[in-house]
Design a protein around this ligand. Sequence first.
Ligand code: PXG
Length: 457
Amino acid sequence: MFNKPANTSEWQALDKAHHIHPFTDPKYFDSRGVRVMTTADGCYIWDSDGNKILDAMAGLWCVNIGYGNKDVVQAAARQLETLPYYNTFFQSSTPTQIELAARLTELTPGDLNHFFFANSGSEANDTVIRLARHYWTVRGKPKKTTFIGRHKGYHGSTLAAVSLGGMKDMHALGHTLLPGFAHIMEPHCYAHGNGLEPEAFGLQAAQKLEEKILELGPETVAAFIGEPIQGAGGVIDPPATYWGEIQRICEKYDVLLVADEVICGFGRLGHWFGSEYYGIRPDIVSMAKGLSSGYLPISAVAVSDEVFAAIQEGGPLAHGYTYSGHPVACAVAIANIDVIERQSLVDRVRENTAPYFRQCLGELADQHPMVGELRGAGLIAALQLVRDKSARENFTAEDNAANICRDICLDNNLIMRAVEQSMVICPPLIITRTEIDELVEKAWTGLNDTAARFGLL
Ligand code: PXG
């Protein structure tokens, strides 16, 4: 018989004893203990001590429609009652799987008209690798197997998705960089621009792709993959010149272009997909997170008519997951898309809340002595923390400034994410102007308190 913990410290003790956490410093369990979240509504979550916290990270970059949407809950309940499970293997389908694929066809740009379902962004990207390599085999170029990604790219945590990504500490864990994956510089102007204008730097960063393709030999390169804006890498939004040049290079060398839309998809940049914001015409797109606003796990891979034609020619596809297109997850994704459409969330972000969000954060970035730059677009942003703004002196890793700021903000009931020396913000798309005011005010307070901690204010 399990005795339910009576308070936060009892939950924390059990958690520490039995629960393994991703990306959590073990020291944290002794210094603070995990935070135990219990309920949520809209843009707010409540912890086990009853604190009401503004979730400026939409969970983990995913709760686009906000918490507690009853329509989605009811759609899930209805589907659980009607047909809680059936699979997509061996000539089978269910109405929700078919409807979701058809709805996604309407929403995705270009001729991305065919969808394969999986359960997470990682699985979607593993699927991308298998499909792209299969594509080239069917098209008579079986040597085209290598994927090129970017440093600080994040594509997931499975063996293959880790290799696709460019996170050094993730490669180091368990020696998980597989052969067949290469990486180029991320288009981070602040970090690598060396005083170049963003437009010139964007071209330079994209040309690293051409150099890498030539180094590896175009006959060996299957695809380039990139997030329209790199999220977990620190919200790295490329200069306007970048994606056009990447597209040109991919076409020149017959390399598939894959957009990882796991964060940017479903309205984050004020368009259904980040590819539309940047004018990218991808051959393959992976999506997850905002597809269901995180209410249930589901992901999808969209492929173009041409990639689909090759898959069809290739015979039975030896790939799939038990829960590919789980009917309840599909029902939730459909209800989630309905909510986004009914509330015109994509237009609202583009025309209303994102411009206001960027204006408020822009003022903060201009005026606050500890903020070196504001990055991002739409409702995704990073504030680069600096020790000295005019001298562009960065904090060191040992300073731990962003983690300190994150904890100070959390104590003030605001969740932001710390990535290296940046504070990252990615609120639900339903956020109102009043809630943006609260977010920015709390961010100011958190930055002031952090600056005071370093004797900078
Ligand atoms: N692609 C992108 C662009 C992502 O951001 C994945 C793929 C993998 O999705 P799954 O569902 O397998 O986790 C992600 C996930 C962070 C953080 O450090 C970011 C993600 C996941 C966990 C932590 O901010 N993004």
